[in-house]
Design a protein around this ligand. Structure first.
Ligand SMILES: [Fe+2]
Ligand SMILES: [Fe+2]
Length: 285
């Protein structure tokens, strides 16, 4: 399979193709046939979601939570985690592709340029740090990609819904009613989403960032909900309200990537100070 960054770039281009560019207001290039998108990249994305939808079962999610959420793997500060994440190297085109730190800084800088509060800028800087799961040998389908609830019926608003037929949970009748194991409007905090970098980072930083930020971190890959409006029946009033922030964050994640490399060394003091405002010197990962 293609390397992590290649897969991620393909997923991101695919995502942009599904939706409209908020800057130009131009129509997405056709939800069904994203023409500029090359066939190879599309095949990569499709294979990615075949694996993701096949193996992300309710039991798998519980196992990953047990494995990681004791947060006893390592102690690191935020900056150290950014440098650690940078070990995810793209071997497809090292000269033109951005490093992980550069992507995080571009996201943060775009938020900063729009005059948003400091916690929002910091959210941009850290939002993908949960991808260090890849460095602990988790397969890509258990780290990145869109997330969806497990333990209840699959929405056809999730990408490639046809692959859910391959998921063993699709044979468990308890999981296949619309609300499945959940009470109506139980709140997303009580819902298990497919396992990935969003939930993991949320658990690492949850005592340190404001609630709006935590929603952005925890649900930024839950496109079926924040872009398509699915699964509203699982949300409580607080979720509905807070999802406005998740939607506000999304364009910075998706559209802030430019080929101009941010000057990481020059920006570092500013960001180190911002990090110190919210975080202790080390966190448990
Ligand atoms: Fe992400
Ligand atoms: Fe991102």
């Amino acid at each position: 399979m293609a390397d992590v960054i290649e897969v991620e770039d393909a997923l991101e281009e695919f995502q942009k193709g599904r939706y409209e560019d908020p800057d130009t207001g131009s129509e997405a290039k056709g939800k069904e046939d994203y023409r500029d998108y090359d066939a190879e990249a599309r095949a990569t994305v499709k294979e990615f979601y075949r694996l993701n939808h096949t193996y992300q079962t309710y039991d798998f999610v519980q196992r990953k939570k047990e494995q990681y959420l004791s947060l006893s793997r390592r102690k690191m500060g935020i900056w150290e985690a950014m440098e650690f994440l940078n070990n995810l190297v793209d071997d497809s085109d090292p000269d033109t592709d951005l490093t992980q730190i550069e992507h995080l800084m571009q996201t943060a800088e775009a938020i900063r340029a729009d005059g948003h509060p400091r916690w929002f800028i910091l959210t941009g800087l850290i939002h993908d740090l949960g991808k260090i799961l890849c460095l602990w040998d988790e397969p890509q389908w258990a780290v990145v990609g869109d997330t969806f609830p497990v333990g209840c019926a699959y929405s056809d608003k999730v990408v490639f819904p046809e692959f859910f037929a391959l998921n063993p949970d699709s044979q468990v009748s308890e999981y296949q009613t619309p609300r499945g194991i959940y009470e109506p409007a139980c709140g997303l905090d009580n819902v298990h989403l497919s396992w990935g970098h969003d939930e993991y980072l949320y658990q690492v930083v949850k005592d340190h960032m404001p609630e709006e930020s935590l929603y952005m971190i925890r649900y930024h890959s839950f496109y079926a909900a924040h872009r398509e409006g699915a699964y509203m029946y699982l949300m409580n009033d607080r979720d509905q309200e807070m999802f406005a922030w998740v939607r506000k964050f999304n364009p910075y994640d998706l559209y802030s990537k430019t080929p101009v490399r941010p000057d990481v060394a020059a920006l570092r003091p500013y960001y180190e100070e911002l990090i110190a405002e919210y975080f202790p010197a080390t966190l448990r990962w």
